[in-house]
Design a binder for this molecule. Structure first.
Ligand SMILES: *Cc1c(COP(=O)(O)O)cnc(C)c1O
Length: 397
């Protein structure tokens, strides 16, 4: 049996591979250059073009692009009317922004536990935590696999809750044949460089509701309107505008919009390659008793943003930290998604305690995010599989 590099063997490869990396080609570069030579750096034609393209790709009626995925979540909560005294139910297995958006609005995040096989928020737990203070549910499509939208939608309708899908991982995924982004009340996207498509920093809110759309547009730009029918006073002249609500400056630039339009042209190719890599990983790891493969629900045709390696601790002599370090010694540089949000000192000071979501906490102890991105070569994929197999077998019981 091959010795792992961490105990003196040869590493599986000489150069490091990381868990994620953007893919930028000449068309992307040219798209940015073209904007730099144009009249508009922000609030120009590329914003409208991008919003139309997002609607066309996802089937959503309206798209509002903004400065990042966190801003998108904040805008969605504002449009939903989340305010002081409200509760917003979300999952702890996510990036902090999924809960922070409730805090921005003065509301209280309430953490629902996960389904232990899919790692997504458990609708039964959402139902149990709903009370008269609950205003919205922020459901995260963890790794890109859709949450159980049928059951969540039904519950939210029944209790008059706004269903916000944190779709930072979900672009390219379909639920029961429809693109995520065209189903929930609002779906937020992120275009950070580790996500499936990127424009450096960027985000969007997708919705089918005209009412939410109008609010999102208003809150994205200071709460300022130029539409006479929305004004309280008679316009003084052609220059006149009014601030009618308290909004933010969460605009995206045309430079970023052009880059994203170009990236979205590659989404089918990105999606296809990610699916191939996930398939290769799943096939290899299903053979290893030391590894647990994430359950895929038949409703979700998933473009995976993250690949989660879950360790079966009963079949291994080493823990997650040791496994992670053993992979790093093979030059496979991984990450962990996510530390449960309420573990953070900021949340501890708000009164959240460990033990709140036992399944999420157990998952956190057992997971490592493996490299998954478009530009990985077949050799890269084989190296990752080789390293995981070597370490699992060497330390297996
Ligand atoms: C990346 C991410 C966000 C935040 O997006 P930014 O664009 O980085 O602000 C929110 N939620 C989840 C689940 C994410 O992965």
């Amino acid at each position: 049996m091959d010795k792992p590099a961490i105990c003196g063997g040869n590493p599986i490869r000489d150069t490091k591979i990381f868990y994620g990396h953007q893919y930028i080609d000449e068309a992307d570069i040219q798209a940015v250059v073209d904007v730099l030579r144009s009249d508009y750096l922000t609030c120009g034609p590329k914003i409208t073009e991008l919003e139309e393209k997002l609607c066309q790709i996802t089937g959503a009626k309206y798209a509002v692009v903004c400065s990042n995925g966190t801003a998108a979540l904040h805008l969605a909560c504002m449009a939903a009317g989340v305010t002081v005294g409200d509760e917003v139910i979300t999952t702890p297995i996510t990036f902090a922004a999924s809960a922070n958006c409730a805090l921005y609005c003065g509301a209280k995040p309430v953490f629902a536990d996960i389904n232990e096989e899919t790692y997504n928020i458990d609708p039964a737990n959402v139902e149990a935590l709903t009370n008269e203070k609950t205003k919205a549910v922020v459901a995260v499509d963890f790794t890109g696999q859709s949450v159980e939208l049928d059951r969540l939608t039904e519950h939210c309708r029944k209790h008059n809750l706004v269903l916000i899908e944190d779709g930072a991982h979900v672009i390219g995924t379909r639920y029961n044949g429809k693109c995520n982004g065209s189903i929930a009340d609002m779906t937020t996207l992120s275009f950070h460089p580790v996500k499936t498509v990127t424009c450096g920093e960027g985000g969007a809110v997708l919705t089918n509701s005209e009412e939410y759309y109008k609010k999102l547009i208003l809150y994205r730009a200071h709460g300022i309107t130029r539409a006479p029918e929305q004004m309280e006073h008679e316009p003084d002249g052609a220059w006149y505008y009014e601030q009618i609500a308290l909004g933010m400056n969460y605009r995206l630039t045309d430079i970023q919009a052009a880059l994203l339009i170009s990236q979205l042209n590659k989404l089918p190719a990105f999606s296809k390659r990610r699916k191939e890599i996930v398939k290769a990983y799943n096939e290899a790891f299903l053979k290893l008793p030391q590894i647990i493969v994430q359950k895929e629900i038949p409703e979700s045709d998933t473009t995976r943003h993250l690949y989660i390696l879950r360790l079966n601790r009963e079949r291994l002599k080493i823990d997650r930290k040791q496994f992670f370090e053993a992979l790093a010694a093979e030059n496979i540089c991984c990450n962990v998604h996510y530390i449960p949000t309420y573990y953070f000192p900021y949340y501890e000071k708000l009164g959240y305690k460990r033990g709140l979501c036992p399944k999420a906490e157990k998952l956190y102890e057992e997971i490592i995010s493996l490299p998954l991105y478009y530009a990985m070569t077949d050799q890269d994929v084989q190296d990752v599989i080789g390293a995981v197999t070597k370490i699992s077998e060497y330390y297996g019981i």
